[in-house]
Design a protein around this ligand. Sequence first.
Ligand code: SF4
Ligand code: FES
Length: 366
Amino acid sequence: RGGINPYLFQMASVREQVSWVTEDPDDATRKAKTLAAAAVNRVNYHQSLATREVAVHPDVLVVGGGIAGMQASLDIASAGHKVYLVERQPTIGGHMLQFDKTFPTLDCAACIGTPKMVSVGQDPNIELMTYHEVDEVSGFVGNYKVNVRKKKRYVDVNKCTGCGECAAACVVTNVIQIPERPPLPMMEPEEESALEATLSSHGNQPRDLIAMLIDINDELGYLPRPVLTNLAYRLDIPLSHAFRVATFYSQFRFEPIGKHQIMVCQGTACHVLGGKRILQTVSRKLGIEPGQTTSDLEFSLDRVACFGACALAPVVVVDEKVYGGMSPAKVEALIDDLVARNENHEEGIVEEIHELKPESYAEELR
Ligand code: SF4
Ligand code: FES
């Protein structure tokens, strides 16, 4: 209002830096004087600044094609802006796609990431620059200049159909020595008959791998490693492939199942109400981790993404009976009950959980 350049301004913050933080009145006065003197001194260095308008280039560069980069590109592209998405690897997707499951819903990472990869590839507003790297950035907000280096590919990407025939002719691959396959592990008689039964019913077809894994898991209660190794050999597929398929589905087990199967929900509703502590309590009490069975084959412990009973959260399922409103104390009592029943050779399931103090988990949390 006074016509002075608005950037000729200084401030000493006596309230935040003195009144609120300095208890001794004399110290506070000294400090306030020092801050005020410093502010006055800074005025010596003031320069008038001029305001000017600069055209802003609306195109956007996103560096990194992981889940965050893909989502940012899609959001910006849907707002109508041109996006250059630079990724130094040959493909977008990032580290998230290498995970099995994602927190908190334990959804499969590929199920979330793959549709986004497709959307990025098909969006006309996104120019995908895989196998490129940002070398230099200069300029200022709205007017950046960026040097992006395209890495050597040794193939014409516009002509390559991804047929893979070059792999057969690759001199690097052809000099790799493949170690001899170790001898196949011995199987127990019941394991051998389960394997032979499923192989003969599915005709040694690798495409039926999942069906065969289901058969073996149903027959033996789990997938013993010797059976998986022999199955992979008989189907002429890498053992890693058999494991990759088997470990993707939580229904498959790799250890024998216990007499009592305890499943603790780790879905969102159960998680926010203490599902993790309940899982830790069961794990500590039984001395096993999720996916394991106690050495006496009495208890197996598993985590589950959601039982569809979120209104009862936190939920624990024991031998197919659902227990809602659980707490660490209640789940301990439940296991004690099961152990007592085993010792008394009682069959069946625990219908009631003993009334406990504190009565509710909310009270316990308080
Ligand atoms: S052989 Fe097939 S995969 Fe290899 S570069 Fe040629 S078209 Fe692409
Ligand atoms: S989140 Fe646990 S039952 Fe749904």
